[in-house]
Design a protein around this ligand. Structure first.
Ligand code: HEC
Ligand code: HEC
Length: 240
């Protein structure tokens, strides 16, 4: 992660801890447009994740809005319990019970704010074409299923446990594939993303993440309902 991101993370974390643990400072309002108590508390998260969890322009902090609630819950428990490591979030979540994490997950799952700006750094067209091919078709000879087979034809995710892959920066997507390959990110067993990530080399990961990070917001950005039939690999976070 960039040094600039680490520096700003520490500052943002201090603000976040104060906000998340503060008691609501005002009584419920009758004004429907007034921020709710939950809106106020979630400033603890949106300082890093962008207004309404949409992700930040030109930065590593990922979009969380609009992902399936069960997927978000699995990530929050992973940061709390050690399946994923990012110390500022680990501290923030350390003492929060599952019930509250479900509430937070549903709050962000229900939001559909605009996407952050797509990546635009120059790359050879051949790299992007190759990325698109792996995402949409996979590589049968190497046993790599199409990402779209699980993440949905429009890559907006699949209920209840598979997230969309759009609206994220290439640095974040490549970073996640790296942590799955090296074994520091764990999803619920059987961890299908680990099996996929270890088959991808650096060139594959650059191509896939760069192509994904350039895609526009689809007409309907919501995750699709559970697709019929079996997934190409079993995934613990998407029980059949
Ligand atoms: C200090 C900045 C910071 C704060 C505050 C913060 N996050 Fe994060 N969050 C991150 C970063 C950076 C990542 C990616 C970590 C990684 O590399 O795995 C992340 C990852 C996540 C993910 C996983 C995203 C995905 O698509 O898998 C979720 C969900 C999430 N955060 C929710 C929250 C919630 C809810 C809060 C408030 C309780 C919060 N975050 C507060 C920086 C922050
Ligand atoms: C067999 C189904 C399956 C296939 C195929 C698949 N994924 Fe996934 N993917 C998942 C599941 C399930 C998760 C959620 C894991 C968890 O709970 O952490 C996930 C999560 C992810 C995430 C985390 C997103 C975030 O916001 O942190 C990324 C990135 C990702 N997949 C990329 C890919 C790419 C790239 C491909 C194609 C090369 C791919 N996936 C193929 C099932 C799949």
């Amino acid at each position: 992660m960039h040094r600039r991101t680490i520096g700003s993370s520490i500052l943002l974390l201090i603000c976040a801890l104060c906000t998340l643990c503060a008691r609501p400072s005002f009584a419920a309002s009758n004004d429907a447009s007034a921020p709710s108590v939950m809106d106020e508390k979630m400033h603890a998260c949106t300082t890093c994740h962008g207004v309404q969890g949409q992700g930040r322009n030109n930065d590593y902090f990922p979009r969380i809005a609009g992902k399936p609630a069960d997927y978000l819950f699995n990530q929050l428990t992973a940061f709390r319990d050690g399946g994923r490591t990012y110390p500022p979030m680990g501290y923030l979540l350390a003492f929060l019970p599952d019930e509250y994490l479900h509430k937070i997950s549903q709050y962000f799952a229900d939001l559909q704010p605009p996407y952050p700006n797509p990546d635009t750094n120059p790359l050879p067209q051949a790299t992007l074409d190759y990325g698109k091919q792996l995402v949409m078709q996979g590589d049968a000879k190497r046993g790599i299923p199409a990402c779209a087979a699980c993440h949905g034809a429009h890559l907006t995710g699949q209920q209840p446990g598979i997230p969309g892959l759009l609206g994220l920066h290439a640095s974040y997507i490549a970073g996640q594939m790296g942590t799955w390959r090296s074994g520091t990110r764990h999803a619920l067993a059987t961890d299908c993303m680990h099996s996929i990530a270890v088959k991808l080399n650096d060139k594959d990961i650059t191509a896939v993440s760069s192509w994904l990070a350039r895609q526009p917001r689809p007409a309907d950005p919501r995750p699709v309902p559970r697709l019929p039939g079996k997934l190409p690999l079993a995934c613990g976070s998407q029980p059949e």
